[in-house]
Design a protein around this ligand. Sequence first.
Ligand code: UDP
Ligand code: MG
Length: 153
Amino acid sequence: MERTLILVKPDAIQRGLIGKIIERFERKGLKIIGMKMMSLDDAIVKEHYAHLADKPFFAGLSKFMRSSPIIALSIEGVEVVNAVRLLCGITKSRAAEAGSIRGDYAMSVSCNVVHASDSVENAEMEVKRFFREEELFSYEKSEYMHVYAEDER
Ligand code: UDP
Ligand code: MG
């Protein structure tokens, strides 16, 4: 079963959007298996955004990600990495599809309210980066039985 990582970014915390954003994932029927507030330090931001380390906007991005706590979420489900990326919308919020989280709540390329893992391989690494195994929960979610047909689970 796939797991993915979502970060509710500092701009969303400042704007009081935590509940609204988490609600999007619940509304879709997804199963949250981990959730916590944390402050990011320089090291974890560098590791998480290593692919962007040489970009001119990296210093700003790092400062932004450390400007207030974030909420880390891990969600589990069938093909959930792609499903969550679609729910979040594209990086450039101004062009993000209406109805997506970024499409509905953001206008900035930098302050785009959420992070979501972009591939199954990255998701596995990212979930481990933000959660210890004992912070992830395995449990029955009764409604979940209706989210996927039996042959999709
Ligand atoms: N970012 C930015 N300026 C850019 C591109 C990206 O500030 O021109 C920030 C933005 O917060 C984005 C993050 O860097 O969400 C990671 O970039 P990535 O290309 O991985 O986009 P994402 O996967 O978040 O859609
Ligand atoms: Mg990315």
